[in-house]
Design a protein around this ligand. Structure first.
Ligand code: DMJ
Length: 463
């Protein structure tokens, strides 16, 4: 009966978006109108529709899926004068469209994904081939975020294109996408890494690192995830990616992973030579990643990585359990007596993020320990109690306050990821088995490619 709860939540999120935000990127569930942020430029590209499609499909909400498909067919247009985030558009739109295509077989999704990818390609026209963070879909002019260190591009952005771009080359027979992401990989391989760690910032003009900050949370996270998943989606033939993952994780374990006084394993952040004992909600995805990478690990350390995944899951559950709302804060500290608790006011929010539930799901798949379902159910009840409003679902500004205020945003990743991972957590393992599917960083499932050789050069289409 659990799955009905998730169907009900998905329907509530979708129906309200359809009623009040249709065609806009996201929904403001309290103001009951459309919402957007700068990652989507000034466009109305229906981000929620594209992000939600595969979740609707998996849940069997076929009428809603068809509505979404119809909107995409008739209205989704990329020839707009709008400056968008290359990374966000890739993981949400290209990933969402490709997953919808693979699940449903409907050509329109593939066609739109390829059109959109063509619009992103000018972002790679930099002196190094490291793409700009943003590109204008109409003019093709690219630039970087003003806040990024020394004009740099961001590791988690240019390093989170691989899965989708390899699939684009596979589906179209055009190697251009594959070549772009392999060029990034080759360039990264050649660079020196301080302490074996990848800094979060790389300047696309000079090819030099920016500030020496390293994070498994925001700005770094999905780069590591995509190294592992590149190997998995190649049917484990892309051993170069697996090696890069193993090397990176070894350095991360050595320099960033510690145990708190209270015995909680956490992943800190490296900032100019010292460890900041703070972990982000985003970092919690790493529990699932360690578990997913356990099989095939160097020196046969599968047990060790599964254990590490379990410890991260436990720590992240504690970050939820130590709040008033039983929802996790954006960031939490392990310092001066503080354990898994947010200290700064502006780190106490919960914006419907998926990472902790994502880790519960992977841990469930690999261990079937019932505590992961129990923890997922606790989070579900908290979301339903504190984030559900009559016009949809909203983030909350302070998880330690018993009378929280809303941020009035229904994030598209809530439908793409949070509800999908919850649904999968309570479904059988034969729904999207991990031997056949690899989830992109926005939880869009893409099939394992059974190619003899991941350089694609073995495939006649690429010779
Ligand atoms: C999502 O867009 C993706 O999971 C991304 O990798 C990180 N941030 C959000 C969810 O929190």
């Amino acid at each position: 009966q659990y799955v009905y709860q998730f169907l009900n939540m998905m329907k509530h999120a979708w129906d309200n978006y359809r009623q009040y935000g249709w065609g806009h990127n996201e929904l403001k569930p309290i103001a009951r109108k459309g919402h957007s942020t700068n990652i989507f430029g000034n466009s109305q590209m229906g981000a929620t529709i594209v992000d939600a499609l595969d979740t609707l499909y998996i849940m069997g909400l076929h009428d809603e899926f068809r509505e979404g498909q119809e909107w995409i067919d008739k209205n989704l247009d990329f020839s707009v004068n709008s400056e968008v985030s290359v990374f966000e558009v890739n993981i949400r739109f290209i990933g969402g469209l490709l997953a919808a295509y693979y699940l449903s077989g409907q050509e329109v999704f593939k066609i739109k994904a390829v059109q959109l990818a063509g619009k992103l390609l000018p972002a790679f026209n930099t002196p190094t081939g490291i793409p700009w963070a943003m590109v204008n879909l109409k003019s093709g002019v690219g630039r970087n975020w003003g806040w990024a260190s020394a004009g740099s591009s961001i590791l988690a952005e240019f390093g989170t294109l691989h899965m989708e771009f390899v699939h684009l080359s596979y589906l179209t027979g055009d190697p251009v996408y594959y070549n772009k992401v392999m060029h990034i990989r080759k360039l990264l391989q050649k660079m020196d890494r301080p302490n074996g760690l990848y800094p979060n910032y790389l300047n696309p003009r000079t090819g030099r690192w920016g500030q020496h900050h390293t994070s498994v949370g925001g700005l770094g996270d999905s780069f590591y995830e995509y190294l592992l998943k590149a190997w998995l989606m190649s049917d484990k033939t892309d051993t170069e990616a697996r090696k890069m993952y193993d090397d990176a994780i070894e350095a991360i374990e050595k320099h960033l992973i510690r145990k708190s006084n209270g015995g909680l394993t956490f992943i800190g952040e490296w900032k100019n030579g010292h460890l900041e004992r703070k972990m982000g909600h985003l970092t919690c995805f790493a529990g699932g990643m360690f578990a997913l990478g356990a099989d095939g690990s160097r020196d046969d350390k599968a047990g060790h990585y599964l254990q590490l995944g379990a410890e991260i899951a436990h720590t992240c559950h504690e970050s939820y359990d130590r709040t008033t709302l039983k929802l996790g804060p954006e960031a939490f500290k392990f310092d001066g007596g503080v354990e898994a608790v947010a200290v700064r006011q502006n780190e106490k929010y919960y914006i419907l993020r998926p990472e902790v539930i994502e880790t519960y799901w992977y841990m469930w798949r690999f261990t079937h320990d019932p505590k992961y379902r129990q923890w997922g159910w606790e989070a579900t009840q908290a979301i339903d109690k504190y984030c559900r409003v009559s016009g949809g679902f909203s983030g909350v500004k302070d998880v330690y306050s018993s009378s929280p205020t809303y941020d009035d945003v229904q994030q598209s990743f809530f439908l793409a990821e949070t509800l999908k991972y919850l649904y999968l957590l309570f479904s059988n393992d034969d729904l999207l088995p991990l031997d056949n599917w690899v989830f992109n960083t926005e939880a869009h499932p893409l099939p394992v490619l059974h190619l003899a050789n991941t350089t694609l050069s073995g495939n006649p289409a690429y010779r």
